[in-house]
Design a protein around this ligand. Structure first.
Ligand SMILES: [Fe+2]
Length: 211
C-alpha cells in the first residue's frame, strides 16, 4: 500500500454513494407498491443497489480510505416520491427512470469509461466488472417492468422474468447484503492493513509510486 490516493478513488466513492442512495429510494418504492410483480423486480434491484453501495464502501475501506456521507440534495425528494401514493408509472416518470429507459433517449453506455484508468487494481476491476453486469441486468428488469405498466402493454409482458427467478434472486441478494454489512462493520472497527488509522483522500502528501 502507498500513501497516494488511487486515481480511481473518486469513481469508487461516486458509485458507493449513488448506489446506496438508489437502494434507499427503490426500497421505499418496493415497500409502497400494490403490484406484487413490480415489488419483486424492485426488491431485486433495490437489494443490488444497496449491496453495491456496501461493496464499494468495503473496497474503499480496504484501500485504507473513508467514504464520506452523501451530499445528494435530491435524495430525500426521491425517497419521498418513491414512498408516495403515486402510481408506479408516475414514479417511473417522476424519478427520472422513464426518460432513461425510453427507446430513443440517449443510450450511450456509461460503463466502458470506468475501465479507461489502467492503474485499477485486480480486486477493484473484478468488483467493477460484476457491478457493470448487474447494473445492465437491473436496467433490463426495470425496462420490462416499465413497459408492462405503460398504457396498452400486454398483460403478460413481464412473463419473461418468472416469479420463481425473482424470488430466488431476492433471497440470494438478501444474504449478500447481510454478509456485506457485517464485513463493512468489521472493517470499520479495525485499523487499516498497514496498521495506521484509516485516512481520507488527500490527507497525506503523495509519495512516489511504482508505475
Ligand atoms: Fe445502480
Amino acid at each position: 500500500m502507498t500513501d497516494e490516493s488511487p486515481t480511481y478513488l473518486p469513481l469508487l466513492k461516486r458509485i458507493a454513494q449513488g448506489e446506496a442512495g438508489a437502494g434507499q429510494y427503490l426500497r421505499a418504492w418496493a415497500d409502497s407498491t400494490d403490484d406484487p410483480d413490480v415489488a419483486q423486480v424492485l426488491n431485486v434491484v433495490a437489494l443490488r443497489e444497496s449491496e453495491h453501495g456496501l461493496a464499494f464502501e468495503k473496497r474503499i475501506c480496504e484501500l485504507g480510505f473513508v467514504l464520506e456521507p452523501s451530499v445528494d440534495a435530491e435524495l430525500a425528494g426521491k425517497v419521498e416520491i418513491a414512498g408516495s401514493d403515486r402510481t408506479d408509472l408516475e414514479k417511473f416518470q417522476d424519478l427520472g427512470l422513464a426518460a432513461l429507459l425510453e427507446p430513443g433517449e440517449d443510450t450511450a453506455d456509461p460503463f466502458p469509461a470506468m475501465f479507461e484508468d489502467n492503474s485499477i487494481d485486480i480486486q477493484t476491476s473484478a468488483l467493477l466488472g460484476r457491478f457493470v453486469g448487474e447494473e445492465r441486468d437491473s436496467g433490463r428488469l426495470l425496462l420490462g417492468c416499465y413497459q408492462a405498466l405503460k398504457p396498452g402493454a400486454k398483460p403478460d409482458s413481464m412473463d419473461e422474468v418468472t416469479l420463481a427467478d425473482v424470488c430466488s434472486a431476492v433471497e440470494q441478494l438478501q444474504g449478500q447484503v447481510d454478509a456485506m454489512q457485517a464485513s463493512v462493520a468489521e472493517l470499520k472497527a479495525k485499523p487499516s492493513p498497514n496498521g495506521r488509522a484509516r485516512r481520507k483522500a488527500g490527507a497525506r502528501k503523495p509519495s512516489k509510486r511504482k508505475r
